[in-house]
Design a protein around this ligand. Sequence first.
Ligand SMILES: [Zn+2]
Length: 441
Amino acid sequence: MAGKNEIGGRKRKMSILIKNVSILFFDSEEELSFSEGDVFVKGDIIESVGKKLDVEADVVIDGRDKVALPGFVNAHTHAAMALFRGYADDLPLDIWLNEKIWPVEAKLTPEDVYWGVKLALLEMIKGGITAYGDMYFFMDEEAEAVTEAGIRASLSVGLIAVAGDPSQKLREAEHFVSRWNGEAEGRITAMFGPHAPYTCPPGFLKEVVSAAKQYGVGIHTHLAETKKEVEDIYKLYGKSPVEVYEEAGVLDLHVLAAHCVHMTSRDMEILKNHGVFVVHNPQSNLKLGSGIAPVPEMLKKGIPVALGTDGAASNNNLDIFEEMRTAALLHKGVNLNPTLVTASEALKMATIWGAEALGLKNVGKIEPGKKADIVLLDFNSPHLQPKIDHVAHIVYSAGSADVDTVIVDGKIIMKNGKVLTLDEEKIYQEVQKRTQRLISN
Ligand SMILES: [Zn+2]
């Protein structure tokens, strides 16, 4: 029997026409510009972009006073940690992890993760994030939440080999990859997630590399986050964390490396030569006192840099507007150079470069043939007037509250500021109840 959207047993493709909207374009040199026009979406694909398109659509959106962007990408987070927002603050990373975060994480149930993830997804969708990269545990529950929410995600089971049974964990990760890679109509992709060089010795890393090769997927990891990590790794192996990863073969794969704060020029050369994607998490690095990643140097060397919020316990929100602005301001300030990390670069880090970092080849631009992951910002606000330079407005002045509509894979998942796929009240109740249990002794 044919369902609501099916004709003759085949799924009919829903269509959306966004009219008279200011669209972000990338020219052949990847320079950004805006131009007024229409965007026509059919099924999950952007079918055409142009002036006064003569097409009929199931849904027509009036784009006047709105700006259409490719959806934002939060390339590194731990969504379920939204449960621990505000629980452990103003502590160094090792104490924060050992004495606060790991003890409460030990009490987490799969259902806790499911609800924590839902809170994070609600926040991210409201902030215009259409795709994100995550590493955590109980990832089956996270994948279920992603499926329901309609967002796009690159998910990895976090692997820590210094406790428990590492081979068993690796088998679980393999099971996750085979179960979920390409699921939710292709919105979910999977990677392997060796947590960091200080939790995954080289022998174990090699096993992870061979599993990732076998399944044809990439690696999501933390790398060179703190000075202490680098010192400890030097003491253990006489090499930098980047060199340890290179030697274990990790960098031969598609690698999403979060942080990369403490690196030598040689480390950066290695990352560049291996085409590693770095995720800059400026607010998390500041809050945990980890330092400031050498982003201007990496960009100059041609290392692709994406943006991430990291988990909500070290940020404390999942707001990519804030990360763009922090990235654009921070490097100017500490280097006494206002030309570093331009608004354009910050916006590309949060969109197209983020999509590339997650390995999403068909996402990140509003162009015919690309996946329809589109965000509409409402520019009808005092802080976004006059309409002179949209790129500068988005990076230096806009915020999550300006996000009006979110489309992922051709489906409207937020309209007029309301997320259509998630039950806000229910999420708040569940999270409140669960976090109270988790943090009580
Ligand atoms: Zn992280």
